[in-house]
Design a protein around this ligand. Structure first.
Ligand code: NAD
Length: 260
């Protein structure tokens, strides 16, 4: 159903972004990967995905904290693929510290990568989507876009911002076929979360298994990580015709976290 369309997935050299890119490619969507990483490893990922899915897969090294590079990535993708029909804003980072000790530079960086990049990418893709009268924008927010946890002030502020941005843009384009939604995952086992598990284990002198059970999954009532494939499937649904009436939503996929 999505075959022949083109997508940009930001932060797709790893974790959730890569899983979403894979899900789209397997449906015949041309994908522009983006993110950091060792050049050879990124190229192996790009070539592997293209071969496995039998679609064109590109790569942009654009830094999502730099508005000019975001605009350039969108322009290059439109030129190469002919359109950007699907934008998945996924790139994100985390830093955990009490607010009165939170480094200013980390605050600025998290706001830039986790929130402002969504604004700049949306701004760049919308004119083409409006012109073609079709489009899907999916912003990977977080359960932390709906509720807070201590010591994650910048991340929680940015993700709440993503949910607000999603609603505002959805309303602006509501009379067109373009939809704009946020997905709010609970914990997913990716390098971003592995880093938190390691840090917490060190900070509390606990085993990683105990940190997973008692710290990381403490707020997640089903006590299971969200699977990468489940996120890919949700993005595909939102991009499908069946998802056409879902817009401006912040969809939790978090094992019951925000039901409390
Ligand atoms: P990850 O660390 O595995 O991947 C992050 C990706 O973003 C990588 O490809 C990285 O290279 C890229 N990236 C980082 N800074 C960038 C920049 N300046 N420019 C371009 N790319 C950049 O993390 P993940 O867990 O897959 O997280 C992906 C998204 O999902 C993030 O927005 C995160 O906040 C969100 N999320 C993750 C979880 C989780 O439990 N893992 C839960 C909820 C939301």
């Amino acid at each position: 159903m999505l075959e022949g369309q083109s997508a940009i997935v930001t932060g797709s050299t790893s974790g959730i972004g890569l899983a979403v890119a894979r899900a789209l490619a397997q449906q015949g969507v041309r994908v522009m990967l983006n993110g950091f990483g060792d050049a050879a490893a990124v190229e192996a990922t790009r070539a592997g995905l293209a071969a496995e899915a039998g679609v064109e897969v590109g790569y942009s090294s654009a830094d999502m904290s730099r508005p000019a590079e975001i605009a350039q990535m969108v322009a290059q993708t439109e030129q190469r693929f002919g359109s950007v029909d699907i934008l998945v804003n996924n790139a994100g980072i985390q830093h955990v510290a009490p607010v009165d000790e939170f480094p200013d530079a980390k605050w600025e960086q998290i706001l830039a990568i986790n929130l402002s990049s969504n604004f700049y990418a949306i701004k760049a893709v919308l004119p083409g989507m409006k012109q073609r009268n079709r489009g899907r924008i999916v912003n990977i927010a977080s359960a932390h876009g709906l509720v807070a946890s201590p010591f994650k002030s910048a991340y929680v502020a940015a993700k709440h911002g993503v949910v607000g941005l999603t609603k505002a843009v959805a309303l602006e384009v509501a009379e067109t076929p373009i939809t704009v939604n946020a997905i709010c995952p609970g914990y997913v086992r990716t390098p971003l979360v592995d880093g938190q598990i390691r840090d917490q284990a060190k900070a509390h002198g606990m085993s990683e298994e105990r940190v997973i059970r008692e710290v990381i999954l403490a707020a997640q009532p089903n006590k299971r990580f969200v699977e990468l494939e489940q996120l890919g499937a949700l993005v595909l649904f939102l991009c499908s015709d069946a998802g056409a009436s879902i817009t401006g939503a912040a969809l939790p996929i978090e094992g019951g976290w925000t039901a409390r």
